[in-house]
Write a protein that binds this ligand. Structure first.
Ligand code: HAM
Length: 425
C-alpha cells in the first residue's frame, strides 16, 4: 500500500470543519483591520530563502525541500528551486516585484497555505504544515516603522484568538535590536562565548563566528546552561530601539493585551529587527508556539527592494486546531434532507427535485432508486438527515411528496411548492 509521506497528513472530515472555522474567522477578523489576501507560489528560487531567512538558520541549512530544476528546453536555464518553508520571503518578493511601494501606503496582506520543512515529525510538527500569515509593510512615510503598527498587529492576534475561543495563551515579547546596535551585541556575545565555546555543539561553534545571535536559538540541552548566562540583547538596544520597544509595551497595556518579556526569545529566522514575539499555549506540549513573528525593517532592501520596513506573524494552523477545545463533531452539519427515489425511473424525478430544493438553500443528499425503502430510511438516519423525502411513482404523479421526520417518525404529504419551506421549518 502507498501511504502518505512521513511528516505529511490527510485532513479528513469532520476535522476539516475546524480548519474551515479558523480560516473563516481569519478572513473575517483580518478584514476588520483592513487586511487583504495575497497568494504567492508554493515554490520559489532557493536564493530567496537563503538571503531572507538566512543561511545559518536551521530552516535553510537543514530543512528545505530543494531541487535542481533542469528546465525543459534549451532556452530555460537550470535553477535551484525550493518549496516555501515560510511565507514572508515570498510576500516581500512579490511586494518588490509588483512595486507595491509605489502607492506610498501601508500594505496589509495575509495569506493562508501550506509550508514545507524537513523537520523531525512529532505532535504539532509536520513536514507539510499550514500557516495563516499576515504582514504589514510599506515605506517609512506611510508609518511602517511606528510602534503602533506592532501593537495593532498583536492586538489583532489577541482578538482573533478570542474570536475562535482559544484562551490560556501567553504573548512572549522581546526586542532583537537593529542594524545599529546588533554589531555591539554580537561582539559582546562573541566575547562571552570565547571561554566556553569548546564545550558547545558544532553548530554553536560555527555560529559564534558567522552569526552569534543564532547561538541563542540552539536546542542542544547541554549547551543551555552556557546560553542562559549570555548577555541579553535588551541591554544593548540603542536609544531609538529602546524607545520603540517601550512604546509597543505602553500601547499593549493601553489596549489591555497582556504580555511577558522573554529576553531569550530569538526567532528561528534571521530577518528580524526590533520587536519579536511568540504566542505560546500550555495545551500543546513540546511544540508550544502557536504563532510567531516580528519586525523585519531591512528585509526588502536586503532583497534588492526599496526601504520598506514591515512586521508580520505566522500562525501554525495545525497547532491552532490542536489547541481548540471544540470538537469537530459539534461543528459538522448534517444534511437537511435525504431524497429517497423509490421504483425504477424515479432517479430522474429525484434529481430534478434535489436541484430545486438546493436552489432554495436546502442541503440535500440524493439516494438511489435501486435501494429499497428500508435501506433508504436507514441511510437517511445514519447520515443524520432531519427528513427523508420519498420520491415514488405516486408522489411524482400527484406532485406531492411524503416528508418523513426522522426524529419523530411522523410523515406528512407536502406539495412540491411547499417542500423547501416544510424542510427548513
Ligand atoms: P516561524 O516561527 O518559523 O515563523 O513559524 C510560525 C509558526 O508556524 C510557528 O509558531 C508554528 O506554530 C508553525 N510551525 C512552524 N514549523 C512548523 C512545523 N514543522 N509543523 C507545524 N507547525 C509549524 C515564520 O514562519 C515567520 N515567517 C513568521 C513571520 C511572518 N514573521 C514575520 N512575518
Amino acid at each position: 500500500m502507498i501511504k502518505a509521506v512521513r511528516g505529511t497528513r490527510d485532513l479528513l472530515p469532520p476535522d476539516t470543519a475546524l480548519w474551515n472555522l479558523v480560516e473563516q474567522a481569519a478572513h473575517e477578523v483580518f478584514r476588520l483591520y483592513n487586511f487583504r489576501e495575497i497568494r504567492t507560489p508554493i515554490f520559489e528560487q532557493t536564493q530567496l530563502f537563503a538571503r531572507s531567512v538566512g543561511e545559518e538558520t536551521d530552516i535553510v541549512s537543514k530543512e528545505m525541500f530543494t531541487w535542481e530544476d533542469g528546465g525543459r528546453a534549451a532556452s530555460e536555464k537550470a535553477q535551484s528551486l525550493t518549496l516555501r518553508p515560510e511565507a514572508t520571503a515570498g510576500i516581500v518578493r512579490a511586494y518588490i516585484e509588483h512595486d507595491l511601494n509605489r502607492s506610498g501606503l501601508l500594505q496589509r496582506l495575509y495569506m493562508i497555505g501550506p509550508m514545507f520543512r524537513r523537520e523531525r515529525p512529532q505532535k504539532g510538527r509536520y513536514r507539510q504544515f499550514f500557516q495563516i500569515d499576515a504582514e504589514v509593510i510599506g515605506p517609512p512615510t506611510a508609518g511602517s516603522e511606528s510602534p503602533s503598527v506592532d501593537a495593532e498587529l498583536l492586538e489583532m492576534l489577541a482578538h482573533y484568538l478570542e474570536r475562535i475561543g482559544i484562551t490560556g495563551w501567553t504573548l512572549e515579547l522581546n526586542s532583537v535590536g537593529c542594524a545599529n546596535d546588533r554589531p555591539k551585541y554580537n561582539e559582546a556575545l562573541r566575547a562571552a562565548l570565547a571561554k566556553d565555546l569548546d564545550k558547545m555543539c558544532e553548530d554553536c561553534r560555527r555560529r559564534a563566528v558567522t552569526n552569534p545571535l543564532r547561538v541563542l536559538d540552539c536546542k542542544v540541552p547541554e549547551d543551555q546552561p552556557i546560553i542562559e548566562k549570555l548577555p541579553r540583547m535588551l541591554d544593548y538596544l540603542d536609544e531609538s530601539c529602546r524607545q520603540h520597544f517601550q512604546a509597543v509595551q505602553e500601547l499593549l497595556t493601553a489596549v489591555g493585551v497582556p504580555y511577558v518579556i522573554n529576553a531569550r526569545l530569538v526567532r528561528g529566522l534571521d530577518y528580524y529587527t526590533r520587536t519579536a514575539f511568540e504566542f505560546t499555549h500550555g495545551a500543546l506540549g513540546a511544540q508550544n508556539a502557536i504563532l510567531g513573528g516580528g519586525r523585519y525593517d531591512g528585509l526588502s532592501e536586503s532583497l534588492g527592494g526599496p526601504k520598506a520596513p514591515g512586521i508580520g506573524f505566522a500562525i501554525g494552523e495545525d497547532r491552532l486546531v490542536l489547541a481548540l477545545s471544540r470538537t469537530a463533531e459539534a461543528l459538522s452539519k448534517p444534511p437537511d434532507a435525504y431524497l429517497a427515489p423509490l421504483g425504477t425511473g424515479t432517479n430522474r424525478e429525484a434529481a430534478k427535485l434535489a436541484r430545486e430544493l438546493r436552489r432554495q438553500g436546502v442541503v440535500v443528499e440524493l439516494g438511489d432508486e435501486s435501494f429499497r425503502l428500508k435501506k433508504s430510511l436507514e441511510t437517511a438516519s445514519k447520515i443524520g438527515a432531519r427528513y427523508a423525502v420519498i420520491v415514488g411513482e405516486n408522489e411524482v404523479k400527484a406532485d406531492t411528496f411524503a416528508l418523513k421526520n426522522l426524529a419523530t417518525g411522523e410523515q406528512v404529504a407536502v406539495p412540491r411548492a411547499e417542500l423547501a419551506h416544510g424542510i427548513r421549518r
